[in-house]
Design a protein around this ligand. Structure first.
Ligand SMILES: Nc1nc2c(ncn2[C@@H]2O[C@H](COP(=O)(O)OP(=O)(O)OP(=O)(O)O)[C@@H](O)[C@H]2O)c(=O)[nH]1
Length: 365
């Protein structure tokens, strides 16, 4: 029979955020969601942005490059504001745009002016990774194509300050090609990462299914049932605990495969008898737990009796063997005065009492 000594894993489980998550994301219980991951990474990008633009902006101002210095400090300020906004709202779509578009503009500006001592162009290589991450493959590649076009126009068709720093004329072409190579490599990386993430999601969905569904009967398993019952908003429902009578002798007489087949047929009989909103689970080897709500105790008792009768009348056929089975039921109610665990224990002891009274019967007291 059933033992309920252990506490469910689902009791009072909370995902606690680390201080780093708190710094980048703010208060959240949902640390592992895709949404929060994006918020975290955008703010991480933004803080890296601040870390570079603020000191470079100050240096530029000291060197009396007023426009460049002001632009860098303005970007650092906007990123800091964005951080606060994102922490509060978690609206990563808008914030992502807010990070990437000023970044495109800043990079083109740095290439055009040469930045500090003609080194402005070395920063453009951070663009592909940030753009692909924030926009995804498709939109990222489209935006990177436009950025590359803007880069070509700036370097080859404008009166940029490139030549003023005494670079070899070949450098522009090399910058362009090396940038395209970085776009290409970042694209491959992003593609393999998104494939990996997709596979991870599918595997996690499959694992969840295996963790909560019984493979033989395709009903909820005990863990799945407990999770659903504990998460339920109903403050009262009825539990019908069923156990196959003398199931060992079915196995012994007709074989284990016939026993398996009988259990899966039994699950179907139970499933079709369930009223709307009812839940059925394979609670243990040859035990099934049914939960029904929005009905009276006597209706719950009648449901148990009707399933019991259906099973008694059903002839199981496995290969050329025919056999019959019966069920014993224990029925109990969970409500304000009886907790879920107490109701399960009560249903279990009533089932035991039905067994002792001769089996193939339902006990509700
Ligand atoms: N075929 C099959 N048998 C199972 C499965 N799970 C448990 N069993 C068998 O179910 C039987 C349960 O036997 P018991 O607990 O002695 O109970 P019973 O024979 O049903 O007798 P009562 O419950 O006292 O009426 C055992 O022989 C288990 O091997 C399963 O998944 N498939």
């Amino acid at each position: 029979m059933t033992k309920y000594a252990h506490k469910s894993k689902f009791d009072n489980k909370k995902n606690k955020a680390s201080w780093l998550t708190f710094f980048y994301v703010g208060n959240t219980d949902d640390v592992f969601s895709e949404n929060i991951r994006r918020v975290f990474i955008i703010n991480l990008f933004a803080s890296v942005g601040i870390l570079f633009t603020l000191p470079l902006g100050i240096v530029s101002l000291i060197e009396e490059k007023t426009v460049l210095g002001s632009a860098l400090i303005l970007i650092a300020f906007l990123y800091a504001m964005n951080h606060i906004y994102l922490r509060r709202t978690h609206n990563h779509g808008l914030s992502g745009n807010f990070v990437i578009y000023p970044l495109y503009a800043l990079m083109i500006y740095l290439v055009y002016t040469g930045g500090v001592k003609g080194t402005g162009h070395v920063w453009i290589y951070c663009i592909p990774a940030v753009s692909l991450f924030l926009n995804g493959m498709k939109r990222g590649l489209i935006e990177l194509s436009f950025f590359t076009l803007a880069l070509i126009i700036t370097m080859f068709f404008t009166d940029s300050h490139f030549a003023e720093f005494g670079y070899d004329p070949e450098l522009k072409t090399r910058i362009l090609f090396s940038f395209i190579v970085v776009v290409f490599l970042s694209g491959i990386y992003e593609y393999s990462m998104s494939r990996f993430n997709q596979e991870l999601k599918e595997t996690s969905a499959k694992l969840k299914l295996v963790a909560y569904i019984d493979a033989l009967t395709e009903l909820l398993n005990r863990r799945g049932m407990l999770q659903r019952l504990e998460a339920s908003s109903y403050t009262s429902f009825h539990l019908l605990l069923a156990d196959v009578d003398f199931f060992k002798s079915i196995n012994d007489e007709y074989g284990h495969d016939a026993g398996d087949y009988a259990l899966s047929q039994l699950a179907k009989i139970i499933q079709v008898s369930l009223p709307e909103g009812g839940l059925a689970s394979r609670w243990g080897g040859e035990e099934f737990l049914i939960a029904v709500c929005d009905c009276s105790e006597s209706e719950a008792f009648s449901l148990a009796e009707s399933i019991r009768q259906d099973v008694e009348d059903y002839e199981f056929e496995y290969l050329d063997q025919k056999f019959r089975m019966t069920l014993s039921f224990g029925v109990a109610t969970m409500n304000e005065s009886t907790s879920l665990r107490e109701a399960i224990t009560l249903a279990d002891s009533r089932l035991y009492s039905a067994k002792r009274a001769g089996r193939n019967r339902t006990r509700k007291s």
